[in-house]
Design a protein around this ligand. Sequence first.
Ligand code: PXG
Length: 462
Amino acid sequence: MTEMTRHNSTAEIRALDAAHHIHPFTNTRELNAKGARVITGAEGVWLTDSEGNRILDGMAGLWCMAAGYGRQEIVDAVAEQMRELPFYNTFFQTTHEPVAELSQLLSTLTPPQFNRFFYTSSGSEANDTIIRLVTYYWQLLDKPRKNVIVSRRGGYHGSTVAAAAVGGFDAMHRQPGLPVGNVFHAPRPAWWAEGGDMSPEDFGQKVARDTLSLIDGIGVDRVAAFLAEPVMGAGGVVIPPETYWPMLWAGLKERGVLLISDEVICGFGRTGNWFGCETYGTEPDFMTMAKALTSGYVPMGAVAVSDRIAEVLIDKGSEFTHGYTYSGHPAAAAAALVNLRILRDEGLVERVRDDIGPYLQEKWTALADHPLVGEAVMKGFFGAMQLCADKAGRVPFPEDAEVGIIARDHSFNSGLVMRAVGDRLIVSPPLVLSRAEADDLIEKAAVTLDKTLADVRRLGLT
Ligand code: PXG
């Protein structure tokens, strides 16, 4: 059996990495100066690094690890599929069992309007696919001018050219290379940062109204679809006020603007239901899926297409000229099948809704009592903590103080992966987290806050 060369010293791996690897969303010069942390293994919710540290993975890998690390059933299914049929395409009048079975299983897990699925290898590709499907749909209905996508500031939809263009990250738009038009960005329902003196409820309605006004200004004859995450993830776990989605959804429906629910993070239990759109009561025509679809064991993304859209595409359309070599990859489909059965049969989504979710939420939201924390919010297993200079006045720290980064590093060094989005610390643990591990997570988060507060005081930031 051939094996990969194993380098056993951390320094050696770091040197190879620094010399030859370009990391995503990373300042390579800065990283190379300090060296990357080398992750060597994982089990359950725990990571191990090359120095032997055990770290609680509060970010589920990168929002994807739902079923937990070390699931032998998934590994076995993928290995068996690879032995039987490691690859065959689904382009030329061919299919295979894992992709057909996965599609059937997804039709039982997704909201009732979804019975057809298109596959990709990532969330970005899935969003690109949806943009092409949406504009094709309107063309088939003789409305070719309906080709504008409205998405949101602060939304993240991926890094391919089209997905980055609909994304609302200023830094990505500042970097050249996004030659995609027909995109408008609506405001985000981020009450802590932007709600001013309004109550969260009033602010939610205001943002919904402003979004609908933006759409009306562009013209309903031009707007093909509104694209949004039910809860904004990479933008800092922005949990919308409860008033936002009902008003916005009613307005979209009234105007005949399609809703694309980007469920790449929210999907498969993160918000306490199978899909985020169920948590907020919307009925989208498309869902973007990836990440927890396979718990990240093998890359896979998917697009859910509603019956009313699929009927037009199939009955009126001819060939949909779009596809990826790995659309419906058999090994990825095998991983997804077993992973989704685990989530379903172990009741992991219900557990987040009814048991471990409320347990963690209560402890997490109590962290708001810490002097550094402006708000601590959690929906399902999706949490954020806003660090700030003055709680009562909702005054942020100066951006260049990078308090979020200071806190993130303390967290990592205390044995907990949290992410910092600006000065918002976010968590999204694997759905299999136990009560004892939830206690541990909270304890480590509290230590992180204390250490950060000490630094903030030393730096004279409060
Ligand atoms: N939509 C959403 C909502 C996402 O969160 C994508 C689409 C793109 O998926 P792919 O598989 O193409 O990466 C994502 C991805 C972060 C971070 O820093 C988040 C993502 C990816 C990388 C980093 O939070 N989300």
